[in-house]
Design a protein around this ligand. Structure first.
Ligand code: ASP
Length: 355
């Protein structure tokens, strides 16, 4: 990929100064209105002109920009590989990483990178904005400046947040526990099943007990084999076996995230279970997550979920759909052994589930 690299001329002078690599992928933060009034991404060089204060930071900043910044609705497996590779390649040269990314799919990308960057021991902070940086009331400046501070925050020379996170509107959340919940207000992200890692006010208040520990003995490994032959099937009253069978018949499909009701419940009628049984018998992995944002799947709690357990549906516990579908793609890419993948789906990789 043909990255554009810009080294900012900040106040950072000494070799002791912290350093951050910003990876600019696109998103509203860096968009401008075109002639028709639609928001389209523009180049990062121009963005920095909008926040001249960044040059006063005592942090050495380098920016790598995607050659063509994207609206995150266009994010693909290849973009995830690029983001993870850039971090992997530059890992030793920076104290932390800030990924500027559209909000629409940020929770998917942060989840995927948390799996791909095995042994990560430095902050990778995803952020973006609801309003472009050029808008007077934009949230971009606060989100970017706080993310830069978090990416370089240390106690006793150790990074405070050595994991993949999303910072947005005062909240630092574990990336693979986050969900976009707002498209209008500034508080766009939430983490229903895990407490925020920090809240920013006058100071940034870190919840140290919730943050993954710094483990210097671990070496970063890039695991970039992914398999996106998966789908998400959301149950709704009125769904039929025709619909289910048609989905399960998709050529090459390997895994399905089944969004069920409440604590992991589904219709218990035989046509429904038979359709699932047929899918599992032909080799598909079915992973059960709840349509509820909070709570968890407990297969067997109700009669309507006991059968799912019996036919071999895997419980996704309290994972978000974003964390589940990316985990499925990740594990399918890592192994061909169906039983191993099924087992690993129930074990946390990067704090994405509580078992
Ligand atoms: N459509 C935009 C994107 O995800 C929205 C945003 O950045 O907030 O790229």
């Amino acid at each position: 990929m043909n990255y554009k690299i810009v080294r900012l001329n900040t106040r950072a002078k000494t070799s002791k100064t912290s350093s951050v690599l910003i990876i600019y992928t696109g998103g509203t933060l860096g968009m401008a209105y075109d002639e028709s009034g639609a928001l389209v991404p523009f180049n990062f060089g121009q963005i920095l002109e909008k926040i001249p204060i960044i040059n006063n930071l005592d942090v050495a900043i380098t920016v790598i920009s995607f050659p063509s910044p994207i609206d995150s609705s266009n994010v693909s497996v290849l973009h995830w590989k690029d983001m993870a590779y850039i971090i992997y390649e530059n890992y030793d040269s920076y104290d932390g990483f800030v990924v500027l990314h559209g909000t629409d799919t940020m929770a998917y990308s942060a989840s995927m990178l948390s799996y791909m960057l095995k042994g990560l021991n430095k902050p990778v902070i995803f952020t973006g904005a609801q309003l472009p940086i050029s808008a007077l009331r934009s949230d971009a400046r606060e989100n970017l400046m706080s993310s830069l501070e978090i990416a370089t925050a240390k106690i006793d020379d150790k990074p405070i947040v050595p994991e993949v996170c999303i910072f947005f509107n005062h909240l630092l959340l574990r990336g693979n526990r986050s969900k976009k919940v707002q498209s209008v207000h500034f508080d766009a992200f939430e983490s229903e099943n895990y407490s925020p890692l920090a809240e920013s006010g006058i100071v940034i208040d870190y919840q140290l007990a919730a943050i993954r520990p710094y483990e210097p003995s671990k070496k970063l490994k890039l695991l970039n084999e992914l398999d996106n032959r998966v789908m998400v099937l959301k149950l709704f009253p009125g769904i039929t076996d025709k619909i289910m069978d048609a989905c399960f018949a998709i050529p090459d499909l390997r895994g399905v995230v089944l969004e069920t009701y409440g604590s992991g419940n589904s219709p218990s009628e035989s046509w429904f279970m038979k359709s699932l049984e047929r899918a599992i018998a032909k080799g598909l992995i079915i992973l059960n997550v709840s349509q509820c944002n909070g709570g968890r799947v407990i297969q067997g709690r109700y009669e309507t979920s006991r059968e799912l357990l019996n036919v071999g549906v895997v419980s996704g516990a309290d994972m978000t759909t974003e964390a589940a579908v990316t985990k499925l793609m990740f594990l399918l890419g890592q192994s061909k052994d169906r039983e191993e993948i099924r087992r690993k789906l129930t074990i946390p990789i990067a704090g994405e589930m509580t078992t």
